[in-house]
Design a protein around this ligand. Structure first.
Ligand SMILES: Cc1ncc(COP(=O)(O)O)c(C=O)c1O
Length: 393
């Protein structure tokens, strides 16, 4: 049976470990059949016991669906939030959040190296709607402090680590900058996943996920999520989730939830493999710079060590031979598949300048042309290194 329409009980989330919550939170075995896994409720509507007599609060599947409820409860439990919300994509989650919490004329601070699609959403959709935004380096707390406009800034929006430059924002410090200005701190936790970092416990107000990535983890479903710490914010998001309707269907909710259950073991392996890859790349003559928050030479290493459990599966590097060399690595790699996206079990390689971040070309957010981004998967580490060795020539 679904534990509650709004997610897992607070009592249970605080008593159990992350892995236990990942597997059990949000759902108790169905009392009629004993099904240990949430069934895919492929239904758009629900029989009412008399007008308004809803069973468990279910009325229509845009508003709520039991398969989605189970996922939302698990997400809330893992991020230690008050309530979780699932969406059809990460960008759908972001747009719903902006409209739930901002009005035309409001100001937001966003990362100057945000995921290209997030920047495009703000630039091409939210700005024409009336939002005012300031892209700033969110790994520089003073720059964020200088950019907030007390009384006018509604949201300070942070990615940490950022995509694709893996900069680290200090969540605790940024929360206090945002709160001092009367704003809320939003953290896109896609790159870290709730296993490696729990922003709400560090003072953030809202967590955003592209669950397409580590949460789903198997590159077989697109989805997004919001987890909030506060009931008032939860009510606004709940209203907009239903009113805007960008929800995932039960099949997608099921897949995302299935992935979430193994997040902890997958993340440990992603981190192990990423460390091996970083070690290999750091000694390679064709590589001019390796960007990974686990390196003590990384500017955000100290903050990352404080707020993350480990440093994640994303590694970026710059090629000594410039853009041509970067494109060659992408073409030659075989075990690393040339593809957009990240966070799945399989290793991916991409050229951000021409692929994920092509939409920010010519703006302040343009990324270096010699940059290659790796999403290190959970294959045999030796095979990943042999592949990179071959690709780097
Ligand atoms: C950090 C980050 N946030 C948000 C998104 C958007 O999510 P989606 O592609 O699920 O809409 C992405 C997608 O790559 C991302 O990398």
């Amino acid at each position: 049976m679904l534990s509650r329409l709004v997610g897992v009980s607070q009592e249970r989330q605080h008593k159990t470990g992350f892995e236990t919550r990942a597997i059990h939170a949000g759902y108790d075995p169905d009392p009629t059949t004993g099904a240990v896994i949430p069934p895919i409720y492929a239904t758009s509507t629900y029989k009412q016991d008399g007008v308004g007599g809803l069973r468990g609060g279910y009325e229509y599947s845009r508003s709520a669906n039991p398969t989605r409820t189970a996922l939302e409860g698990a997400l809330a439990a893992l991020e230690e939030g008050e309530r979780g919300f699932a969406f059809a994509s990460g960008l759908a989650a972001e747009d719903t959040l902006v409209r739930a919490l901002c009005a035309p004329g409001d100001h937001v601070v966003i990362p100057d190296d945000a995921y290209g699609g997030t920047f495009r959403l703000f630039e091409k959709v939210e700005v024409p709607w009336g939002l005012v935004h300031s892209p700033v380096p969110v790994h520089e707390v003073d720059a964020v402090r200088a950019a907030v406009r007390p009384g006018e800034t509604r949201l300070v929006w942070v990615e940490t680590p950022t995509n694709p430059l893996l900069n680290i924002g200090d969540i605790e410090a940024l929360a206090s900058v945002a709160h001092d200005a009367g704003a809320l701190l939003v953290v896109d936790n896609t790159f870290a996943s709730p296993y490696l970092q729990q922003p709400l416990t560090l003072g953030a107000d809202i967590v955003v996920h592209s669950t397409t990535k580590y949460v789903g983890g198997h590159s077989d479903v697109v989805g997004g999520a919001l987890v909030v710490r506060d009931l008032e914010v939860a009510e606004k998001v709940a209203f907009h989730q239903n009113a805007m309707g960008a929800v995932p269907g039960p099949f997608d909710s099921f897949l995302t939830h299935r992935g979430l259950k193994t997040l902890a073991v997958r993340m440990e392996r992603h981190c192990d493999n990423a460390e091996r890859v970083v070690e290999f790349l750091s000694g390679h003559e064709a590589v001019s710079d390796v960007i990974y928050p686990g390196l003590d030479t990384h500017a955000g290493h100290a903050v990352a060590s404080r707020q993350m459990k480990r440093f994640g599966g994303m590694v970026s590097f710059r090629c000594a031979g410039g853009e041509e060399a970067a494109l060659r690595v992408c073409d030659r790699a075989e075990v690393f598949t040339l593809a957009e996206s990240l966070g799945g079990i399989e290793s991916l390689v991409e050229h951000p300048g021409r692929m994920t971040h092509a939409s920010v070309a010519g703006t302040d957010l343009e990324v270096p042309a010699d940059l290659v981004r790796l999403s290190v998967g959970i294959e045999t580490a030796d095979d990943l290194i042999a592949d990179l060795d071959r690709a780097l020539g």
